[in-house]
Write a protein that binds this ligand. Structure first.
Ligand SMILES: Nc1nc2c(ncn2[C@@H]2O[C@H](COP(=O)(O)OP(=O)(O)OP(=O)(O)O)[C@@H](O)[C@H]2O)c(=O)[nH]1
Length: 600
């Protein structure tokens, strides 16, 4: 296909403003899907996406559309809206020439609208503002257009007005894509350069690599070379997503599609790698992508130790499909052999965990998440710290540094005071306030990442009755008076329950944590002391009193089936537990740190 008839674009928006619905409408209008498929949100096909109604992975779909007597191929990439997935967004943008910026006709410009629009401006894309949900009973279309001009600085005079739900304005939208977004450049005769922007594992066909052709032409019988991976393969099939996989004979500059080349090894394909022809190699690889930085870490351990290898296989599979997730093996006294896993943020972590449980059938114990820290030791060496259990003796630490985020809130003006108080309580440093029209404002703060990742979003939503939104970006590390808070269960240190806290809130957090643990750990046949300590100093204590627990005692007489049922029930209850010395610690106890953090 000639590049002049190809358009590559992305759809970007704040969460829930209607990207996925609009994408599905585009598929429907081009005849790629039926009315019935439309109602089932075709593009959000991961189980977690359907469960949560949000987009996690970016998609790349090709549709054909006839316009003024020519067939155009529109390749579009549906992107996730949540802050944790910025990485996916910027990757998608790098494969496009334009973007539809979707804004809800009532909610208007929100924190992620701004963040995503800036990412598109940075990538030098042609941006088409689209006001969606014009069918709503109450809309603020004119104000929303002003917001697009004033906050983002885009000309909104030729913004498109649509209702993705009711199919209004979709043709205008497609016309704008064809007329306003530039065609891709690239020479079809040049040596092949194709950018790997995603990959996934298919049980039957091995690794499926998603590429965008930048230069040259890829044909279905070619012998290809991955420039960074330095592997060579014979192509088995190439094709496009329409939206399901459909084979084709060739892909030229600007086109996005997939390659199946018999690669079975999970770790051999790298997102950001360049594919070229073995017989006619490109001189230089494409620049690729910046490595994403994992900011949140937690331990994942199989409940059944024999599942360790199975868990490693499943984590490998996740990492292949998601370059922003990483893991390394670790061991813990309490939990045995497991993995330390790194994520972009809390939602990212929850989603990986949910996918593991749904797709992998491995029972997991997960430790409470923590952010990554930097330590300057007395020796002058600076180390990264992903696990609170690894904090060295306090005498060896010269400086303890934590990650700091620049946080942008967009909220109703009358809630500024309450949100400022929330930030002050969390060691925030005020930056500035800007009023947007008469009743909304943008507030910027610098906050320690550890203070925002757990529940800042929930708190903001409750203070602003759902109208406030936030976005953040990690800007660096800063020294802080941090200490390691240890937990002792029946006199023994449980490293997997250790956490890093600010000294000023350590006593309050310690008290809240042992109280929470007392609720989560059931009674044993002996007394269990729970202590929180900083170094050798115990700062809080709770005791779980002893109980002689005999669940069958009530079943006098010969009702053997009831007795068996009770024992079965008790056994089930044990499933998500780990034996630590004589004490059983349930999964929920490991997450108490989160709950205690929220209260504190
Ligand atoms: N009334 C109305 N509702 C709409 C319209 N477009 C989307 N919605 C609804 O808005 C909600 C969010 O739509 P999605 O398409 O899932 O939003 P999204 O931006 O893809 O959200 P994420 O994938 O989570 O980032 C859904 O309940 C849609 O039915 C519209 O034009 N009018």
């Amino acid at each position: 296909m000639k590049p002049e008839f190809i358009r590559n674009f992305s759809i970007i928006a704040h969460i829930d403003h209607g990207k996925s619905t609009l994408s599905d409408q585009l598929l429907l209008k081009s005849g790629a899907i039926t009315e019935r498929d439309f109602h089932e949100q075709v593009l959000d096909d991961l189980d977690v996406e359907k469960d949560r109604g949000i987009t996690v992975k970016a998609r790349a779909v090709a549709i054909d559309y006839e316009y003024e007597g020519n067939i155009y191929q529109l390749n579009f990439i549906d992107t996730p809206g949540h802050v944790d997935f910025h990485y996916e967004v910027s990757r998608s943008l790098a494969a496009c020439e334009g973007a539809l910026l979707v804004v809800d006709a009532f909610q208007g410009v929100q924190a992620q609208t701004v963040a995503n629009a800036y990412a598109a401006i940075e990538a030098d894309l042609e941006i088409i503002p689209v006001v969606n949900k014009i069918d709503l009973p109450v809309t603020r279309i004119e104000e929303v257009l002003e917001e697009v001009e004033n906050i983002i600085g885009l000309d909104s005079s030729d913004a498109i007005r649509v209702s993705a739900k009711q199919g209004i304005g979709i043709e205008d939208c497609i016309e704008a894509i064809i007329k306003r977004i530039p065609a891709p450049k690239g020479d079809p005769e040049a040596p092949l350069k194709a950018l790997v922007f995603d990959s996934k594992y298919d049980h039957y066909r091995g690794v499926v690599t998603y590429v965008r052709i930048v230069e040259g032409t890829l044909r279905s019988k070619d012998r290809i070379r991955f420039m960074r991976g330095e592997t060579v393969h014979d192509v088995i099939e190439i094709g496009q997503f329409r939206p399901s996989m459909e084979a084709c004979q060739s892909l030229g500059p600007g086109q996005a599609g997939y390659i199946i080349a018999g690669e079975k090894e999970l770790g051999n394909i790298h997102v950001g790698d360049t594919v070229t022809l073995q017989g006619r190699q490109a001189e230089e690889a494409l620049p690729g992508y910046k490595q994403p930085k994992q900011m949140v870490f937690c331990g994942m351990y199989p409940i059944d130790a024999t599942d360790f290898e199975k868990l490693r296989y499943e984590l490998d599979r996740m990492a292949l499909n998601d370059a922003s997730f990483s893991f390394i093996p670790e061991t813990s006294d309490a939990l045995g052999f497991g993995f330390r896993c790194g994520f972009l943020g809390m939602l990212h972590m929850e989603i990986i965990q949910q996918r593991l449980e749904q797709e992998a059938d491995v029972g997991l114990i997960q430790t409470a998440p923590n952010v990554t820290y930097e330590l300057k030791l007395n020796s002058g060496e600076v180390i990264k710290l992903d696990n609170p259990a690894d904090v060295p003796e306090s005498g060896n630490i010269d400086e303890f540094r934590e990650p700091i985020a620049k946080v942008t809130f967009i909220l109703p003006a009358d809630k500024i005071g309450a949100v400022m108080q929330l930030c002050a309580d969390r060691r925030g440093i005020y930056f500035n306030t800007e009023f947007l029209g008469t009743d909304r404002a943008q507030l910027v703060y610098e906050l320690p990442l550890a203070e925002i990742i757990y529940d800042m979003h929930d708190k903001l939503k409750s203070i602003t009755r759902g109208y406030g939104t936030m976005d953040y970006e990690v800007i660096g590390f800063r020294p802080a008076d941090l200490v390691k808070l240890d937990i002792l269960v029946k006199g023994t240190l449980v490293e997997a329950l250790a956490t890093i806290v600010h000294r000023d809130s350590s006593e309050r957090r310690g008290r809240a944590l042992v109280k929470k643990l007392k609720e989560e750990i059931h009674k044993h046949q002996f007394e269990v002391a729970l202590q929180a300590a900083i170094g050798s100093r115990v700062i809080a204590r709770e005791t779980i009193s002893a109980l002689r627990k005999n669940v069958t005692a009530k079943c006098y007489g010969g009702d053997i089936s009831r007795k068996r049922k009770l024992l079965e029930k008790q056994k089930k209850g044990k499933k998500r537990m780990k034996q630590f010395g004589e004490v059983e610690i349930p999964q929920k106890a490991f997450l108490s740190i989160l709950e205690a953090g929220k209260d504190g």
